[in-house]
Design a protein around this ligand. Structure first.
Ligand code: SF4
Length: 399
């Protein structure tokens, strides 16, 4: 069997193939209204209802490129479920929060979310090219705030400058790659002037929903500010088109490491066959499958959420069949800002003092015998790194 085939996206009849390759055209020609969607999709009555008025809880928009990956006729198609609003979004469900990650509690300056000691988010825009129905940041995204005002940028940079414990800054939003190259260049160059910022990450769905955005100019510009990591969000192997594959390879070839964070979604990708297909293709493109998230209880997402039991079952079935490189970490964000909780299968079946008995994924049973506690010694040179460790550990409290 050939390794993997990444197919070109099908260009819509009404689009010019040159326009199709232009990310600005993709944004300009986005589908937003009922009439736009009806040009492409055969809509069910329930889908049509979602376009009913101006008070829809979450904005509706997709690029033509991303729409072309979805079924025109089947409402239950996985890609269609990500981009198409559902009538269930409009009624309250069993657990729905506007701010499931408790970000508003950790918002010390406009556009800054500072939850963990060593890193913070900088929300550079609230605009996206596709409004994903599972979005976890509905308290901020899609509210026409766009690029941060000059005063907000100055204040956000001052906050980062004044907190030397911040080693990583994650550009997020909205989608940072909806900004122009010039706007991004400015933010990145200002961040690089701050001595203590070691790593910059850019969180973006553009490689998924508009890979045309990853132009040579953009990649060259980002490369100037290394180390910059691109964190992207492919959820389904059908999103890996030829355009997306080339965009990802362009980043990696230019020294921009790419990590993927997927979300397990009901009826979209909650099957081990789909997760393995996505992970292996990503890894082949040198993109590390990083996280497999439980969907947050964000407003309007109850019908898209899977159960934790379903997710654990998927993880268990994958165990032993996907290498550590290909296996994403399964993680749940504890609601209200409790941070990440990792769940892994527990293979230990018993313990007797320093002897633990395990049974592996395919039934191999054996003991691991630990040395006596008295034999455990710390490395001779650990104190060389003590100050660095303490400053990292205590950075949020000491700043
Ligand atoms: S691109 Fe990200 S921020 Fe924008 S709607 Fe999708 S998940 Fe939300």
């Amino acid at each position: 069997m050939a390794r993997f085939e990444f197919k070109k996206s099908p260009v819509f009849e009404f689009a010019n193939p040159t326009d199709w390759k232009d990310w600005r055209w993709q944004l300009r020609a986005s589908l937003k209204t009922l009439a736009d969607f009806e040009k492409i999709f055969v809509l069910s009555e329930e889908e049509r209802e979602c376009f009913g008025g101006g008070d829809h809880p979450f904005k509706i928009q997709t690029t033509p490129y991303y729409a072309s990956l979805a079924s025109r006729t089947q409402s239950e198609d996985p890609i269609r479920k990500i981009l198409m609003p559902h009538v269930k979004e409009m009624s309250s469900g069993f657990q729905e929060m506007l701010d499931p990650l408790g970000e508003k509690k950790n918002n010390p300056a406009s556009r800054i979310i500072h939850r963990y000691s060593d890193r913070c988010l900088l929300l550079v825009t609230d605009t996206c090219s596709v409004y994903c129905r599972f979005c976890t940041r509905k308290h901020f995204t899609g509210q026409e705030q766009a690029f941060l005002k000059n005063e907000e940028l100055v204040n956000a940079l001052k906050y980062i400058q004044d907190h030397p414990g911040i080693r990583e800054v994650i550009l997020s939003g909205g989608d940072p790659l909806t900004l122009s190259d010039g706007q991004l260049d400015r933010v990145l160059s200002e961040l690089r002037k701050i001595e203590h910022v070691e790593i910059i990450r850019i969180g973006s769905r553009m490689p998924v929903v508009c890979p045309q955005r990853m132009t040579d100019d953009l990649v060259r510009m980002i490369k100037k500010y290394k180390p910059v990591f691109l964190m992207t969000h492919f959820n389904h192997p059908r999103e890996l088109t030829e355009e997306a594959a080339l965009a990802l390879e362009n980043c990696v070839d230019n020294g921009i490491p790419v990590f993927n964070q997927m979300v397990l979604l009901n009826g979209v990708n909650n099957h081990e066959a789909i997760v393995q297909a996505l992970s292996r293709r990503l890894l082949y493109l040198r993109v590390k499958p990083y996280y497999m998230f439980q969907c947050d209880p964000s407003e309007g997402t109850d019908h898209l959420r899977t159960s934790i039991e379903d997710s654990l079952e998927i993880q268990k079935r994958l165990w032993g069949h996907l290498s550590g490189l290909a296996m994403p970490h399964y993680s749940i964000d504890i609601p209200q800002g409790g941070g990440k909780a990792y769940k892994v299968p527990d293979f230990q079946i018993s313990q007797n003092q320093n002897v633990r008995t395990f049974e592996g994924w395919d039934g191999v049973r054996a003991d691991y015998i630990s040395p006596e506690a008295s034999q455990i010694k710390k490395p001779l040179d650990w104190e060389m790194y003590l100050d660095e460790w303490l400053s990292l550990k205590n950075s949020k409290n000491n700043d």
